[in-house]
Design a protein around this ligand. Structure first.
Ligand SMILES: [Zn+2]
Length: 450
């Protein structure tokens, strides 16, 4: 088997790995590059392989840096199956439709070329084969694979691929510990090659037990200032985690006053339906709540604003209020309109709870540049900027190190992907000495043979 590193090698986005078995080829993940104009160009670029020669695609999870370019494969002639877990399949369909909408809007506004059309997304949707965790599935003659729970987002997986007595594992994204709703990461299996993410390879998160209290404090402080609190959250997973936490704070612990909360993200609202459908994927706490009749994605005071007209009404709602909207890196979605209105307000607050990639608006705001450009307008940043890191859906350095050696034996060879070069370098150095593994950071275009 040969693995070609075609994306997320020396960077955090664009996950894409070609796995070659003699004449046959499959792809693990095919995500978009994010974070700059350059990234956009790279997403549009030709693939480094003949798309029509590809036999199948495996998607680890529904984040667009892992699944966002799959319809592009269909636009360029791929016609094989696309494997994903059941929740990943359903969430990915929402992501593709959402991407098509955003791209069409951008085309109308700026004549920005679209990556693919609705018909390509529809083709990809029809090609989805949805599987549960733990079921070995033949993908090619003599090659099978298994999805294991990565504990990262709902339905997320790490993938074990087996052929000719050899095993390759792709980590997808490895979850943080104690993420609401999703289960803990499954221990690793013995493998010849581990391709692992290391987004937070050089950092440790604050304890997850603290985050609900941190969230409560940010909300209380914002209420005291009498302004609007904007919570910028990825529509899939982070939003549901925040809703879960708010449900706990408001309905169970009763430690927040009754103020309006707006869920202003059509994608998140649709994703909620997928969470409600696959209850067998819940962790113990979520399953208990669900069985007791508590819809943990809803609580008193929460208003759902699906239409644009409803979204605009949020402006006239009196303060204090809380708006939960995407996108998580502030690079699009409805949060942008709220930012234009509330960033200049010293009484308002922006709460960032996600990783902000280089070049994104979120990173620029966090770097305290004083003003930012949004939709061609210069917007002064005068509101409070708060940050809670422990909501990260990614495992930190400690988690990644312990997961790497959680199997019956250490992996024979480890290649680090999905990481900025300095984070990858420090993770490689640390894991090499601490875990005694042969480990290297992936180089773009590198080929590793197993
Ligand atoms: Zn992810």
């Amino acid at each position: 088997m040969k693995v070609h590193f075609l994306g997320a090698a020396g960077e955090v986005t664009g996950s894409c790995y070609l796995v070659e078995f003699h004449e046959k080829k499959i792809l693990v993940d095919c995500g978009v590059f994010q974070g700059s104009e350059m990234a956009d160009e790279r997403s549009h670029a030709a693939f480094d392989f003949d798309v029509t020669q590809l036999s199948a695609v495996i998607i680890t999870h529904a984040h667009i840096d892992h699944c966002g370019r799959v319809p592009l494969l269909f636009a360029r002639g791929f016609r094989g199956p696309v494997y994903a877990t059941e929740p990943t399949g359903e969430l990915t369909k929402l992501q593709w439709d959402d991407m098509v909408n955003l791209m069409e809007e951008k085309f109308l506004r700026q004549h920005h070329p679209v990556l693919y059309a609705q018909e390509d997304a529809d083709r990809a949707k029809h090609a989805l084969v949805e599987l549960p965790y733990g079921r070995p599935t033949d993908i090619l003659p003599g090659v099978d694979f298994v999805f294991h729970d990565a504990g990262h987002i709902f339905g997320s997986s790490w993938v074990e691929i087996r052929s000719e007595g050899k095993v390759i594992v792709f980590s997808g994204d490895i979850g943080n510990d104690h993420v609401p709703i999703v289960r803990e990461t499954e221990p690793l299996v013995a493998c010849d090659l581990l391709v692992t993410e290391a987004t937070y390879g050089d950092r440790t998160h604050t304890a997850p037990t603290q985050r609900r209290e941190d969230l409560r404090k940010v909300i209380i402080d914002s209420i005291k200032r009498g302004g609007t609190l904007m919570i910028a959250a990825f529509s899939i997973e982070r939003t549901q985690e925040i809703l879960f936490e708010l449900d706990q704070l408001i309905e169970h612990e009763r430690v927040l006053p009754r103020i309006p909360f707006f869920l202003d993200s059509p994608l998140a609202i649709r994703a909620n339906a997928v969470y409600r459908k696959f209850t067998e994927y819940y962790d113990e706490e979520a399953a208990r709540e669900w069985k007791a009749g508590d819809d943990f994605l809803d609580f008193p005071g929460l208003k759902i604003t699906l239409s644009v007209a409803e979204s605009k009404m949020i402006n006239s709602a009196p303060n204090p209020k809380v708006i939960i909207a995407g996108s998580g890196m502030l690079s699009g979605g409805r949060i942008v309109h709220h930012l234009m209105r509330y960033l200049p307000d010293p009484n308002s607050t922006l709460l960032i709870i996600s990783y902000q990639a280089e070049g994104t608006l979120g990173r620029k705001i966090m770097d305290h540049t004083g003003r930012v450009t949004i939709n061609g307008e210069q917007i002064p940043v005068k509101c409070h900027i708060e940050r809670i890191d422990s909501y990260s859906a990614h495992g930190d350095q400690d988690k990644l190190l312990s997961w790497m050696v959680s199997g019956p034996s250490a992996p024979k060879h480890v290649v680090v992907v999905h990481s900025d070069p300095p984070a990858a370098a420090s993770f490689v150095a640390l894991a090499g000495t601490q875990n005694h593994v042969v480990i290297e950071a992936a180089r773009p275009g590198q080929i590793v043979e197993v």
